[in-house]
Design a protein around this ligand. Sequence first.
Ligand code: NOJ
Length: 512
Amino acid sequence: MAKWLDNAIFYEIYPQSFLDTNGDGIGDFQGIIEKLDYIKELGCNAIWMNPCFASPFGDAGYDVADYYQAAPRYGTNADLKRLFNEVHKRNMHILLDLVPGHTSVAHPWFKESCKADRNEFTDRYIWTDSTWGQLENMGSLCGISEREGSVIVNFFAHQPALNYGFYKKTQDWQQDPDDPGPKATLAEMENVMRFWIGMGCDGFRVDMAGSLVKNDEDSKGNIALWRKVRAFLDAEFPEAVLVSEWGEPDKSLQGGFHMDFLLHFGPSHYNDLFRCEEPFFSGRGKGDVAAFVEKYKENYEKAQRKGLICIPSGNHDMDRLARSIHGEELKVAFAFLLSMPGAPFLYYGDEIGMRYVENLHSVEGGYGRTGSRSPMQWDHTTNAGFSAAPKEKLYVKQDEATDRPTVEAQMADPDSLYHEIQKLINIRQAHSALQSRGEIEFVYAEADQYPLAYLRSDDKEKILIIINPADREVSFDGDYAVKEALYTFGGEAAFAGGKVTVPGGSAGFYLL
Ligand code: NOJ
């Protein structure tokens, strides 16, 4: 099922900032349609698009006001359907962003739920029985309802938590996942999925997937909930794909998700690679990849053939990759990202090394994340080709640097990051061992040492990957008979006398 995941390479689109075709300063569905060929040419064959539903945009659309309606700023439901069709015409796939955990306070369900008289939505959200007093482990909002009680919130104070029940109940007001309220919430969320899959999307990236059922220390309640969802999908839409924002593949994949991310939060040590004081991928060579690899191996063992562990280049919640690693370092980082198992996820603009825009005022709940959400830089024309609107009207301010990277300039330069990524994707797509389900075995990943080396293999071939971000030559013990260097950047490794010697700032894929 969902065979296409075997060689999927995702491109994440933040619709606000991709391409504005109607001059209002904000991106739209038509803009995405116009750039599908660009995405395909880069080599990506799948898209994850951030939330695009009706919303007051207090959290960039992660505060939904109507799950069944596209946000007018991006276009109509018919335009969205057209986007799905255009994606499929190109043999590509698209996942929408489902936010099942909470809505906006502006959602009509919430307004009904605030009423004192019992109605269909009374139990749609998690309400306590008293307006007074603080809760220990959960954020809550009170003083805005006619009914007595506080409502639990999930993220910002304007995002009340939908009610999927409590795994362990410690208070009278907490409901069981099998009580009528939580069951009705889940049934409605299944309707939402039914609606959009029916319209033609291929599945969903699921926001905060591991936290729907509350008081669920070992995630058993959430795993059980997602198994029910998978059973519903298997019965009605067996091809529908789900990727979780959970950050713990050992758990999420048990819940039936096809894929989970390693993220900047959670136990994965993802930050050790790209986003810490001494990232492994910095040329300074003071990083440490060992803890990441240990955790990866643990997840990999547990996930064996159950699902994919996906390592994103970044996303709309974390600093741009190019904030802490630069220039040629980025190429080495992508050689790693595009040679690991699981489906790679490229955050829009990372393929040209777009920078984190410093010192921006928060836009639509972005706060520190705003600098990673600036409009795409296409070319040398006004607003880097993103929009014809006056500069002041752009959704987020653009990188003003005169040497800001653009797609146009990088396409024209054969040595650019864009071309390196395109090349890496082509190599990945020509070798099944390098794709989502090829096996991985780490051969060198020592604490405080460089390089990182691993084998990727399937029943057809075996490929040794050597990644050395450090600016110095390094070596490790190993005896390999190399048939062919499939890819090298920064020089070739030397194999002699049971030793592999690796040039500084290099990456290589060697067919054994
Ligand atoms: C995770 C999303 O990626 C983030 O952007 C959002 O603010 C929170 N979930 C809340 O929905």
